[in-house]
Design a protein around this ligand. Structure first.
Ligand code: SF4
Length: 344
């Protein structure tokens, strides 16, 4: 998500963002006009931010609405700028698919990559062992999944997409915090098509099955090995077990906020003689925890904080299932992956 629009200085009437993504700006303009929104907020992840000034100008010219860009970080559809929602009649959240947000004045304008998936799927075929394979991707690639399924079929493999429901909107879609579609695909092996290792690791831990990751941007394909991550997480639990004072982190972001779970974890820790305190926080970063004096933390926010960012923190940070292992409420073998099923 990192190419700036090449026509940012051209006439707004001829503007179409020259991104590696398709964005339906006509839909945004239509919604603004139909809702008679006089003030419009724009929110996007970092990779799309450089396009926002040009998109704002385009909207102002097309609709006469005043546009305000959110300058805060945006990590996902869970991360609605609620303060901007109060300032604006309508907020356009770019890049992510709706998680089932109940904000009436937010619309989601998904960003779809144009890369076709046939070539990388063809490379992955030689690594697949089963004749029925669960196929998963992120929303950016969902529009091209048909090509991947065709390639599998041409090689005698049935590609199965799990249902899109709950936090995921499309069949085959996964989120860093939700692998329900993969689990429900009922397959013995999975093919993840997309970038990065977090999602295929999540599928591996959520399903316990073999996962092949195919990256359509780099063209690399590889089998995912979850063992190094599992060893690190077991080590984090062992280090946290030595701690007496625990911060229970609760996100202020609407789609990550799990207050009820945080309270249950606090009670479970106290039962075991730990000193537990709740911390309500927007962007969870190492500096924010320094002065609280916690010796360990359990994060009820986005699972990536504990699993992806652990090395940035001077104290062990556990996911809720890992903390339950620590206090003896579940076995390590049943730890699985932290998925957000409901917010409260
Ligand atoms: S909670 Fe994390 S993984 Fe889930 S949508 Fe938000 S940023 Fe993505």
């Amino acid at each position: 998500m990192d190419r700036a629009p090449s026509n940012a200085g051209s006439s707004p009437d001829s503007f179409s963002p020259d991104l590696e993504y398709d964005l339906d700006l006509d839909l945004a303009v239509k919604e603004i006009r139909e809702r008679r929104a006089a003030r419009v907020g724009l929110q996007a992840p970092e990779g799309l931010k450089r396009a926002l000034p040009a998109i704002a100008r385009h909207i102002e010219v097309k609709t006469d609405a005043e546009v305000i860009i959110s300058g805060d970080p945006c990590y996902g559809a869970c991360d609605i700028d609620t303060a901007l929602c109060q300032e604006a009649d309508l907020v356009i959240h770019l890049g992510h698919a709706d998680l089932g947000s109940d904000h009436k004045n937010v619309i989601f304008l998904e960003a779809r990559r144009r890369d076709e998936l046939r070539a990388v799927t063809l490379k992955a075929v030689s690594l697949l062992k089963e004749k029925r394979v669960g196929v998963a991707t992120t929303v950016q690639h969902i529009g091209q999944l048909g090509g991947a399924l065709e390639v599998l079929k041409e090689h005698g493999i049935e590609g199965v997409l799990g249902p899109g429901k709950g936090r995921v909107r499309y069949p085959g879609q996964v989120l860093g915090c939700c692998y329900s579609s993969a689990r429900q695909a009922d397959a013995e092996e999975y093919l993840f098509i997309g970038t990065g290792r977090f999602h295929p690791l999540g599928i591996s831990l959520a399903t316990g099955k073999r996962v092949i990751a195919a990256d359509p941007i780099t063209g690399q394909v590889a089998e995912i090995d979850p063992d190094p991550l599992l060893r690190r997480r077991f080590g984090a639990i062992a280090r946290a077990a030595e701690a007496k004072r625990f911060a229970v982190l609760i996100s202020k972001k609407p789609g990550q906020r799990r207050m009820g779970l945080a309270r249950r974890l606090k009670a479970a820790g106290e039962e075991k003689g730990k000193e537990m305190f709740l911390v309500y926080i927007d962007n969870i970063e190492p500096d924010r925890l320094l002065n609280l004096g916690a010796e360990a933390a359990v994060s009820t926010a986005c699972p990536r904080i504990a699993l992806d960012d652990a090395a940035k923190y001077g104290i062990p940070i556990l996911t809720p299932p890992e903390f339950e292992v620590l206090v003896g409420k579940r076995q390590w073998e049943e730890c699985g992956f932290d998925e957000i099923e409901q917010t409260d």
